[in-house]
Design a protein. Structure first.
Length: 379
């Protein structure tokens, strides 16, 4: 039986908080003072107008001047992802708002084609800034609530992954297939958390077409291919053991980092981007076709991040909150049309019209979600 995903808080974490927005809307304090950092993201160059800043809220205006879809990242030491904006199509400008509270050496990176290590550049942050959670009681309460949620979700992920791994190692293919989408529910809810650590996400969730030179195909999708396509292989058991070890590593690391409200808001938008670029296209679970389970979990995570921040949004922009409620409801209603028992229809059972409907309702939700971080930041 595949249980319905529960509603709960979700988003990324870290000393840095971030959100990616469209190139219009309310200006940040930096923009008002002419201090936004322009980024010219081309196919062969990543030109960052300024490579040093004081600690606090930074704004990057990223324009794709190349011919391929690109991404922009801010990395800390060890390739820990502090902030990112994805799916910047040619000619588009998107904005990355990052709250950096600690001085340090960082790196910027443009990723034309959304692959590889990217075109890197040094970026230095000086001084120290107060975190928003230290100065706003409601934001602190939201962060504390989210931390409890992260702990509960990583715990459930470890438990379910253990059951899935046991089934794979015992050669119980049907049982493993049934557990696969159930286990991924907990992963998809907290994927921005894993991405913030940099090295864990590729180990757990890389797709075969996303492998870089020298990378080994491991994690959920390698086992998905074994179960639905090639058949269980000689090394499937060892791949399963490594998956469980990586999930436990994620659980341990997640306990060490305090969530930040702006990153929560950014994570809510990132999860909808995940839906738009992977789940609604059927690319994510290409062997099992269980993409709608992931879709549901991503949306639930985004919805719950907003729920954690609800008192702040309600106080500062009640109209935005009403819009979010309406558009989340529209997504919920449409997804329920595709429910089968405790799970969902396979992606291959969807008609082109149904796929288009799902894409449109997610796009409609993405615009107001992109405004949440500005509200949290008090802009």
């Amino acid at each position: 039986m595949i249980p319905s995903p529960a509603r709960a808080a979700l988003a990324g974490i870290g000393l840095v908080t971030v959100t990616a927005l469209a190139g219009c809307g309310t200006q940040t304090p930096e923009e008002k003072s002419g201090g936004a950092i322009a980024v010219d993201a081309g196919d062969k160059a990543c030109k960052v107008a300024r490579t040093a800043a004081d600690a606090g809220t930074l704004t990057f205006e990223v324009t794709n001047t190349g011919s391929r879809v690109t991404e922009f990242y801010l990395y800390a030491e060890g390739d820990r992802i502090m902030g990112e904006v994805e799916n910047i199509t040619p000619g588009l400008t998107r904005r990355l708002i990052v709250e950096v509270s600690e001085a340090g050496d960082y790196q910027t990176a443009c990723k034309p084609g959304m692959r590889g290590d990217g075109i890197r550049g040094a970026f230095t942050v000086s001084g120290q800034a107060d975190r928003r959670v230290d100065t706003d009681t409601k934001l602190a309460e939201a962060a504390a609530s989210y931390q409890r949620y992260v702990n509960s979700q990583t715990g459930a992920l470890v438990t379910k992954t253990g059951e899935f791994v046991a089934a794979v190692k015992a050669g119980k293919v049907d049982e493993a297939k049934a557990l696969y989408p159930v286990t991924r529910i907990y992963w998809e809810r907290i994927e921005p958390v894993a991405e913030s650590f940099g090295d864990i996400d590729p180990k757990i969730d890389v797709r075969e077409d996303g492998l870089e030179q020298g990378m080994e195909f491991t994690g959920f999708h390698r086992l998905e291919k074994d179960l639905w396509s090639t058949g269980v292989r000689a090394d499937s058991a060892s791949i399963a053991d490594r998956l469980l070890a990586d999930v436990k590593d994620l659980q341990a690391r997640a306990k060490t980092v305090e969530p930040s409200p702006l990153r929560m808001a950014g994570g809510a938008k990132e999860l909808l981007d995940e839906v738009a670029t992977g789940k609604v296209t059927g690319e994510e679970d290409r062997y099992s076709h269980t993409d709608l389970w992931d879709f549901r979990s991503n949306v639930d995570g985004s919805q719950a991040a907003v729920a954690a921040l609800r008192p702040v949004i309600e106080e500062r922009d009640p109209d935005l909150l009403s819009t979010l409620d309406e558009r989340f409801h529209a997504v919920d209603v449409l997804l329920e049309k595709h429910r089968e028992g405790d799970g969902f229809a396979l992606y291959t059972e969807l008609t082109p019209t149904e796929v288009k409907e799902l894409s449109e309702v997610v796009d409609a939700l993405g615009e107001p979600i992109s405004q949440v971080a500005e509200v949290v930041a008090g802009q």
